[in-house]
Design a protein around this ligand. Structure first.
Ligand code: HAM
Length: 426
């Protein structure tokens, strides 16, 4: 036997049952974000590496060690350029907005996107090397009203998915005025306890000290228990921004918890950062990868990437993680067929084929067992398909042009004209 070729590690196949959950998440995203006035954008999967180095930050894990990067060969104008599979969607969306002059033309823009992202991470439940995000971004408003509406849309999205036990956690990282002073105080504290930090955090102390705050290593967690808190170091405008946002969330009836440990793994954030964390534990839960949605404000990114000075705020949710939580509901998210057609003999089998084709052309979803076989095995398959109705064709149905339409849920039957079946099902 020939040797099997397996998928690249961390790249997952999505089979129809899983796709059923993905499509439900995607449909929900289109419906909810459409209601909030977000327009969908689709940017390429491949971008110049420089976009992420400058956008997400050279010192981040994502850019430093997780990107799939290679040289774009081929003798065209791009030749010799280093390119990367996108690890996230915020920098690409900003690049597109700048490139198409969107921010100059409209002072308030709402965009959302869905699609695959790539990070060479250590694979575990809820963490993959190719994964999908649904993200939403608001460009223009500097005021906390943007965060408030954005978070309202995030909560509406998670609620429409029917996912229970997800909590919203918030923090403010300050701005270019107050954050450096906070980082100074943090570094001074951490340096005093550097020996207790993991080797990664000892390095972070020099490159990206805020990341020490969300290290999962027990020793580091113990050290950060008593670090100076960022809120106490916020300048007056940042403090007021945060307080107004919390008031708006109260007015919207959105529950939240302040969490001074949230620092995020991307460098572009200013002021507000947040995460939605699943509280479901055990078999149906996500384990350590339980952040299903995360984001924040990034007022400097557009300018940093060569665009105008436009503040922005956004989030992205991990579709695989949402799908894992939906899978625990043990429900099939695929749309079952409206009708299953079964046949009792060869002549009826042909009529079933043409009947199914005609109904599908009329917009009805129909299933049948293409293998033919016994009526019993066909009806077993009808049951498994979840079809709402079943119709069985035999000699008498062919002769009369009428058949019994059975409602599977109750077993109730009614006689219908086969020529008018589409109307009967509608
Ligand atoms: P992020 O926190 O890196 O933020 O990713 C957002 C979400 O994507 C995570 O909370 C998680 O649900 C999912 N995710 C991330 N990495 C993986 C992975 N390896 N496997 C499965 N799921 C994953 C961003 O990407 C920002 N662009 C969010 C944002 C938008 N900020 C402002 N606008």
């Amino acid at each position: 036997m020939a040797e099997k070729i397996t998928a690249v590690k961390g790249m997952n196949d999505l089979l129809p049952e899983e796709i059923g959950r993905f499509q439900f998440i995607e449909r929900t995203a289109h419906a909810v974000f459409g209601r909030y006035g977000f327009g969908e954008v689709r940017t390429p999967v491949l971008e110049k590496t420089a976009l992420f180095v400058r956008g997400v930050g050279e010192e981040t894990d994502i850019v430093g060690k997780e990107m799939y990067t290679f040289e774009d060969k081929g003798g065209e104008s791009n030749s010799g350029t280093m390119v990367s599979l996108r690890p996230e969607g915020t920098a690409p969306a900003v690049r597109a907005g700048i490139e198409h002059n969107v921010f100059q033309q409209d002072p308030m823009v709402r965009w959302y996107y869905l699609g695959p992202m790539f990070r060479r991470e250590r694979q575990q439940r809820g963490r993959y090397r190719q994964f999908s995000q649904v993200g939403a971004e608001i460009y223009g408003p500097a005021s906390p009203y943007a965060e408030a509406e954005l978070l309202d849309s995030a909560v509406a999205f998670l609620t429409a998915l029917g996912l229970p036990d997800i909590s919203l956690e918030l923090n403010s990282l300050g701005d270019e005025i107050c954050r450096p002073k906070y980082v100074e105080a943090l570094v001074a504290y951490l340096k005093g306890r550097a020996a207790e930090l993991c080797p990664d955090c000892q390095r972070r102390l020099e490159t990206n000290p805020l990341r020490v705050l969300d290290c999962k290593v027990e020793g580091c967690k113990a050290v950060t228990q008593s670090v100076p808190e960022v809120e106490a170091h916020l300048c007056e405008p940042c403090k007021a921004h945060y307080a107004t946002l919390l008031g708006l969330l109260d007015a919207l009836g959105i529950k939240y918890r302040k969490n001074p440990r949230i620092v995020r793994g991307l460098d572009y954030y200013t002021r507000t950062v947040f995460e939605c964390v699943s509280q479901t534990v055990g078999e149906g839960g996500l384990g350590s990868q339980n952040t299903v949605l995360a984001g924040g404000r990034y007022d400097k990114l557009i300018k940093n990437l060569g665009g105008p000075e436009v503040p922005a705020v956004g989030f992205a949710a991990g579709i695989e993680r949402l799908a894992i939580l939906l899978a625990a509901q043990k429900k099939d998210f695929r749309e079952p067929p409206a009708l299953f057609v079964a046949s009792m003999n060869e002549a009826a089998r042909q009529r079933a084929l043409t009947l199914a084709a005609g109904l599908r052309r009329a917009g009805v979803s129909v299933d049948q067992d293409l293998r033919g076989g016994s009526l019993k095995s066909q009806l077993k398959r009808a049951d498994k398909s979840g079809a709402k109705y079943v119709v069985v064709l035999g000699e008498s149905e062919l002769a009369s042009g009428k058949a019994k339409l059975k409602l599977m849920a109750s077993g109730e039957e009614r006689e219908v004209d086969l020529a008018c079946l589409a109307e009967a099902l509608g």
